[in-house]
Design a protein around this ligand. Sequence first.
Ligand SMILES: [Fe+2]
Length: 176
Amino acid sequence: MTSTTTKTRLYSSRIDLPEDTRSQIITILNQSLATTLDLKTQVKQAHWNVKGLNFYSLHLLFDELAGELEGYVDMIAERVTALGGYAMGTARRAASESILPEYPLNIDNGTDHIVALADRFGVYAKSLREAIDKTDNLGDADTADLYTEISRTADMRLWFLEAHLQGNANQPLASH
Ligand SMILES: [Fe+2]
């Protein structure tokens, strides 16, 4: 439904990328915009509602993650507009186009929030790595570079989250 809408909102531009290429990249970027907005609100949900002995460190960590995502929302939206596209960044758009499942609204302890966020950062990081290759194959090294930057941070943040779940006998190293 959305790709058609997005493809019709393309401005002519002096940028040296063909219209069809720009249109395909804008569709990818608008999907990432929706997902990144969704993830930011989910991380804020965790920031506000986490409980337990690790409350303060998790409260601060989650806000740091949300701040990073907010920056990426702006960078992704403005890459859309730099390509002559129309950024689709409302809350309703994020809710309908995000690749993530809704955040669980009935959890409170730190471990449950970390698992919920790690699950979502895993999905997010995979989509970013795929977007690097897709935009690179479309001949847009700049958008691929933007995705590479976000992807590197998403991998690091997945590590930050998963480190809370590792390091004990119940979570041994994977055997392969
Ligand atoms: Fe806050």
